[in-house]
Design a protein around this ligand. Structure first.
Ligand code: C2E
Ligand code: CA
Ligand code: CA
Length: 636
C-alpha cells in the first residue's frame, strides 16, 4: 500500500518514518536492500521509506506531492492515503495541495495535518471532498494516531478499490447477460418457429394446426376443419424424383393459401397432407369452400419442366365451437371424411357424417371375423373360365375367393379383400387361396389357374421365393399359375416391381395386369414390365355400348396389347353384342357371365376336361376351328 507524505519540515518526515518503522518486521529492511541491489536501486528512491505493508513517498512541497500523485496514477500504482501538512512555505498550502490531488485522484484518502487551529475543515472538505475521504490530525501527533489512521484508511481504500473492480466486472457481466438473453430470445423464437412450422413450405405444421384447432374448438361459432390429400403425389415422387415432389408440395401449398377463405389457417400436416381451418356459416358453405379449393388444385402444374396434373381430395367436418369437443376427435372426423373421399376417387370433397364412423366399426368386425375364417373353414374358391376368342377353348380359370360369414352371410371379396389388405391378414388369406388353387389346378388337363394378388401381397418380402416354393411344394409347373396383379401394385415402386416380374417370368410364371385402365399407369410405361397379358377392366366393357370414351379406351388397350405382343383378356363380358364388338376390336380372350359365372371346383373340373364351353355353334360364329394347344392361347 502506498502512502504519500507532504510536509515542508524534514523533521516531520523523520517522525513519520519512525511511526511506520515501529510496525516494521525485522526482515523487511534486509529484503528491501536485497531488492535494491537486484533491481539497481530503483525499487527504493532516496526519499522513500519502506515499512511493513506500506511504501512511503516523501514530498517536501505541495506541488511535488501533486506531481507524485499524477505519476503514481500514470504508473497504475495510486496512493491509498496522503498525509498533507497545512502550511508548506514557500509553495502552495495544504488546502490547495489537497484540492489539486483530489482533482487528479477521486479515490485517495486525504489526511490534513496541522499545528494551527485556524484552518476550516468545512472549507477544505468543500474543495477536496467528499467528506468521507478527508480526515484531520493535529500536530504534534501521536505515533499510534498516524499508523492507525493510515492502516484504517488504507484498508478502506483497498476495499473500495475491490468493490469498484467488482462493480465494473458486474456491469460487464450484466451487459453480457443482456446480450446472451437477447440471443436466447432470438434462438427461442427461431426454435418455436421451427417446432411449429414445416421446413419445406414454411406453413404451420401438424402441431401448430392442432393447437389452433384446440383454441378454435373452445370458442363459440361454426368452423370447418378440412384435410386435403394430393392425388398422384406418390407417382410424381417416384417418377420425377423427390425434388419434384417437394416442388409440387410447395406449389400446392401456395394454391391452398390462395384458394382457401380469407383468414383460413393452412397447415402442412405431413407428406402430401394439408389441414385447413376456417370460419363458416353452415355445412353447405364449408363444403362449397372446399370444392373451390379442390378445383383450384385441379390444374396442370409445371414441375421442373414437366407437366403434372394437380389434384386433391378433401374431407371436411363442420363443428360448433364451445361445446367441449376434443380437437383430436375433430381431426379424426375430418380424416375419416378424407378417407371416404379418397375411396370415392379423385378430386372429391366429402363432408363427415356419422356413418363414416360406423364404417370403421364394421371394418373392425370384418377383420376379427376374417382372422378366424380360415380355421373355421368359411373360405372357399370359385373358378371362372377364361376362353380363347374364336375357339371358346377354356385356357384357364380365374380363382375368386368367397367368404361365408356367420354374421353377414356371403360377403363379397370386394368388401373384405380391401379390409384384409389394410391388415396383415391378407398374407394368411393369400397363402390359403394360393394353396387351394394349386391343389385344384393339378386335376385339370392343362389349363392354368389365375390367382389374384393384392399390392401388399406382391410387395411382400421375398414374394418370388414364396411363390416358387408354393408351386414346387404342389408339384405344379410355373406355367400353370397366372399371377394377377393390378397397376397399383407395380407403379408404387416401379423399379422393384419390374425386377420381381422379370424374375417370375424367367421362371415360367404367367403374369396378367388386372383391371387395366383404371389405375394411373401410362400406357407407354407398361413396356418396362414383363407381362403375358392385360385384363381390360369390366367397367370399360360395360360402358362400351354406352360411352364413346369406354369404347375408345377398349380399342387403345387392345392395340397397345397387340403392339407389345401381349394377350388381351376382356373381363366382365355379359352380352353377345359385347362379344362381337370385342372380337372386331381384336381382344384375344374373354371372361364373363356370358360364358360362365364363377363356379365351384367340381364344375370347373368338368369344364376343364371338356376343354370347350358348350354352345360353340352360337358363340364361335366363325365356324368350327381346330382347337389351339392348351395353355398357349394367349401368346401372340
Ligand atoms: P377382379 O379380379 O376384377 O375379379 C373379377 C370380378 O368380376 C369377380 O368378382 C367376378 O365374379 C366378377 N365378374 C366376372 N364376370 C363378370 C360379369 O360378366 N359381370 C359382372 N358384373 N361381374 C363379373 P368377385 O369374385 O366379387 O371379386 C371381386 C374382386 O375381389 C376381384 O376383382 C379381385 O380384385 C378381388 N378378389 C377376389 N378373389 C381374390 C383373391 O383370392 N385374392 C385377392 N387378392 N383378391 C381377390
Ligand atoms: Ca382378377
Ligand atoms: Ca379385374
Amino acid at each position: 500500500m502506498r502512502i504519500l507524505i507532504a510536509d515542508d519540515e524534514p523533521a516531520m518526515h523523520d517522525s513519520y518514518r519512525r511511526s511506520f518503522a515501529g510496525q516494521r518486521s525485522g526482515g523487511g529492511e534486509a529484503l528491501g536492500a536485497m531488492a535494491a541491489d537486484l533491481f539497481g536501486g530503483t525499487a527504493l528512491e532516496p526519499h522513500r521509506g519502506d515499512t511493513a505493508g506500506f511504501a512511503l513517498m516523501h514530498a517536501h512541497q505541495g506541488l511535488d506531492a501533486v506531481a507524485e500523485v499524477a505519476r503514481a496514477l500514470a504508473n497504475g500504482e495510486p496512493f491509498a492515503v496522503a498525509f498533507i501538512d497545512i502550511r508548506m512555505p514557500p509553495g502552495i498550502d495544504g488546502r490547495e495541495t489537497a484540492q489539486r490531488i483530489r482533482a487528479l485522484d477521486p479515490e485517495i484518502n486525504l489526511v490534513i495535518v496541522t499545528g494551527f487551529s485556524d484552518f476550516s475543515p468545512i472549507e477544505i472538505s468543500k474543495v477536496a471532498g467528499p467528506a468521507d475521504k478527508i480526515f484531520y490530525i493535529a500536530k504534534p501527533f501521536e505515533v499510534a494516531e498516524v499508523t492507525q489512521t493510515a492502516t484504517a484508511l488504507a484498508k478502506r481504500w483497498e476495499i473500495d478499490r475491490e468493490l469498484k473492480a467488482a462493480r465494473v466486472t458486474l456491469a460487464a457481466q450484466v451487459v453480457q447477460l443482456k446480450e446472451q438473453s437477447a440471443e436466447l430470445a432470438a434462438n427461442e423464437s427461431r426454435a418455436i418457429h421451427m417446432a411449429t412450422h414445416d421446413s419445406l413450405t414454411d406453413a404451420p405444421n401438424r402441431l401448430a394446426f392442432l393447437r389452433a384447432l384446440a383454441e378454435r374448438t373452445r370458442a363459440p361459432g361454426l368452423f370447418a376443419t378440412v384435410m386435403v390429400d394430393l392425388d398422384r403425389f406418390k407417382l410424381v415422387n417416384d417418377t420425377l424424383g423427390h425434388l419434384a415432389g417437394d416442388a409440387l408440395i410447395r406449389e400446392v401449398c401456395a394454391i391452398l393459401h390462395r384458394s382457401a377463405p380469407d383468414q383460413a389457417l393452412v397447415a402442412r400436416l405431413g407428406g402430401d397432407e394439408f389441414g385447413i381451418l376456417f370460419e363458416t356459416s353452415s355445412e353447405a358453405a364449408g363444403v362449397m369452400a372446399c370444392e373451390r379449393i379442390v378445383s383450384a388444385c385441379s390444374v396442370t402444374l409445371q414441375v421442373f419442366g414437366n407437366s403434372v396434373q394437380g389434384g386433391a381430395s378433401a374431407g371436411v367436418v363442420v363443428s360448433e365451437g364451445g361445446q367441449g369437443r376434443d380437437p383430436v376427435d375433430v381431426m379424426r372426423r375430418s380424416d375419416l371424411a378424407l378417407n371416404d373421399a379418397k375411396r370415392g376417387g379423385r378430386g372429391i370433397v366429402r363432408l363427415f357424417d356419422e356413418n363414416m364412423d360406423e364404417g370403421i366399426r364394421f371394418r373392425r368386425r370384418v377383420e376379427n371375423g376374417l382372422s378366424q375364417a380360415i380355421a373355421k373353414g368359411e373360405l372357399s374358391l370359385v373358378y371362372q373360365p377364361i376362353v380363347a376368342r374364336d375357339t371358346v377353348e377354356v385356357i384357364g380359370f380365374e380363382a375368386l375367393v368367397r367368404w361365408n360369414t356367420d354374421d353377414y352371410g356371403a360377403m363379397s371379396p370386394s368388401t373384405f379383400i380391401p379390409i384384409a389388405e389394410e391388415s396383415n391378414l391378407i398374407h394368411e388369406l393369400g397363402d390359403w387361396v394360393l394353396g387351394e388353387a394349386l391343389d385344384v389346378v393339378k386335376q385339370w388337363p392343362g389349363q392354368y389357374v389365375s390367382v389374384n394378388f393384392s399390392p401388399r401381397q406382391f410387395r411382400r418380402h421375398n414374394f418370388v421365393g414364396h411363390i416358387l416354393e408354393s408351386v414346387e411344394r404342389a408339384g405344379i409347373a410355373p406355367a400353370r399359375l397366372q399371377i394377377e396383379i393390378t397397376e397399383t401394385a407395380i407403379f408404387d415402386d416401379a423399379e422393384r416391381a419390374a425386377d420381381t416380374l422379370y424374375k417370375l417370368r424367367q421362371m415360367g410364371f404367367r403374369i396378367a395386369l388386372d383391371d387395366f385402365g383404371t389405375g394411373y399407369s401410362s400406357l407407354y410405361n407398361i413396356r418396362k414390365f414383363a407381362l403375358d397379358c392385360l385384363k381390360i377392366d369390366r367397367s370399360f366393357i360395360d360402358g362400351m355400348g354406352r360411352e364413346r370414351e369406354s369404347a375408345a379406351i377398349v380399342h387403345s388397350i387392345i392395340h397397345l396389347g397387340r403392339a407389345l405382343g401381349l394377350g388381351v383378356i376382356a373381363e366382365g363380358v355379359e352380352t353377345e353384342a359385347q362379344v362381337q364388338a370385342l372380337k372386331l376390336a381384336g381382344a384375344s380372350h374373354f371372361q364373363g357371365y356370358f360364358y360362365s359365372r364363377p363356379v365351384a371346383a367340381p364344375i370347373a373340373l368338368g369344364m376343364a376336361n371338356a376343354r370347350y364351353l358348350g354352345g360353340e355353334d352360337d358363340i364361335a360364329g366363325d365356324g368350327p376351328t381346330p382347337p389351339r394347344q392348351l395353355g398357349n392361347g394367349m401368346m401372340n
